[in-house]
Design a binder for this molecule. Structure first.
Ligand SMILES: Cc1cc2nc3c(=O)[nH]c(=O)nc-3n(C[C@H](O)[C@H](O)[C@H](O)COP(=O)(O)OP(=O)(O)OC[C@H]3O[C@@H](n4cnc5c(N)ncnc54)[C@H](O)[C@@H]3O)c2cc1C
Length: 342
């Protein structure tokens, strides 16, 4: 084994999953430099163990016992590759805290990421589900993703097209555990316009001239709105939205709206619309419901919560009940958003 440190056995991940489940990992390897990864993967393979990658643990549901080797991504750097009149290109380590990075870009007067403020987790995880909020998706600002390919044992640089980004999806979700992302290359154009199409932001800036609104003001507004609506994982365990907003054909939407005229929807493309999963769950009576140690948040039905003493089995049991009732009521499938580790 080529490490100058040893894998850590029976390691508690209670502080590294925002649901706050008591989880013990069989082995963990903190990764602070990309160069450690090939030896880490070799070690796992030679020991006949599976491997997985953990960032901040804000989009995973972990079992009580996590078998195999868990790589803890702590690679921490920000590098300015280019700063031109037209755009800025940045190379950012996978372990950098996402929200701190967004704040840093604004301190440098690089604009574009402000709508994605206060999303928990790491920069390396941002491409996995193409994080998005308030009308912006991170794919718009990603140029490339640097990773170690555990299948071919090679370093790769994946272009935006290679990443196959779509709504809360990318190639990294299809090819689970194949790529260990070490850095993300961002391209932030200097030409900038406020993105205020989401109702909360439109309302927040209702009395302002659009030309006078700055990116730091949007950052502050997003932080304020999110703090009001979403539970702080340090206080109440959660992974943000537990289900994706279902995308359905406009034809199906029309039929549903005949039965449920109040149904909340947003145009997704010329042919499809996105439904508000939170609204569907709320209509089925789950909002604020508590089931043992887990529950549905009382301000946002899309967020499932854990207040201590619970585990993945309990939470997934509640999620199944919700999926079943929504399917029975609306004929719509709810897809779980976080990654379920086994
Ligand atoms: C309160 C709250 C609000 C949230 N709001 C939003 C939101 O508005 N929009 C949104 O999109 N998401 C949101 N999320 C979900 C979550 O914050 C994001 O998905 C985030 O990107 C996860 O980052 P993480 O580092 O915690 O990833 P983890 O939870 O650690 O991992 C998630 C997945 O990514 C993989 N992964 C992580 N790092 C790497 C890496 N370096 N290389 C390869 N694979 C990796 C893991 O294996 C796992 O499959 C929210 C979560 C919470 C708790």
């Amino acid at each position: 084994m080529n490490f100058d440190y040893k894998p850590l056995a029976n390691y508690s991940l209670e502080d590294r999953n925002t649901l706050g489940f008591e989880v013990v990992a069989e082995w963990v390897l903190p990764i602070t430099q990309a160069e450690q990864i090939p030896a880490a993967i070799r070690w796992a393979k030679n020991a006949g163990l599976s491997h997985r990658v953990l960032g901040g643990g804000s989009n995973v549901v972990l079992p009580d016992q996590l078998q195999g080797v868990t790589l803890l991504m702590d690679i921490d750097f920000i590098e300015i590759l280019e700063n031109r009149d037209s755009n800025t290109r940045l190379r950012v380590g996978a372990g950098v805290n996402w929200h701190d990075f967004v704040g840093w870009t604004l301190d440098q007067n690089y604009r574009g990421l402000e709508n994605l403020a206060l999303i928990p987790g790491t920069v390396g995880a941002a491409p996995i589900q193409n994080i998005g909020a308030y009308g912006v998706e991170v794919k718009e600002y990603i140029d490339a993703v640097e990773a170690y390919d555990c299948q071919t044992n090679q370093w790769v640089s994946l272009s935006k097209a290679d990443c196959q980004f779509s709504y809360r999806h990318s190639v990294f979700k299809d090819e689970r555990n194949r790529f260990v992302i070490t850095a993300v290359i961002f391209n932030l154009p200097k030409v900038w316009q406020p993105r205020l199409s989401y109702a909360d932001l439109t309302n927040h800036f209702a009395n302002r001239s659009v030309d006078a609104i700055t990116a730091p003001e949007i950052f502050e507004a997003v932080c304020a709105i999110r703090t009001q609506k979403l539970p702080d994982p340090k206080v109440i365990g959660n992974v943000g939205s537990f289900f994706q907003n279902p995308v359905i054909s406009n034809q199906q939407l029309q039929i549903l709206k005949e039965h449920f005229p109040q149904m909340v929807s947003y145009p997704e493309s010329a042919t499809h619309s996105k439904l508000a999963a939170g609204w569907l769950i709320d209509q089925c009576g789950f909002k604020g419901m508590q089931l043992g140690n887990v529950g549905v948040h009382d301000k946002q039905a899309l967020v499932l919560t854990h207040r201590g003493g619970g585990n993945a089995g309990e939470l997934l049991g509640l999620a199944e009940q919700i999926q079943k009732r929504v399917k029975e009521t609306f004929g719509v499938e709810l897809v779980v958003e976080p990654i379920l580790f086994t």
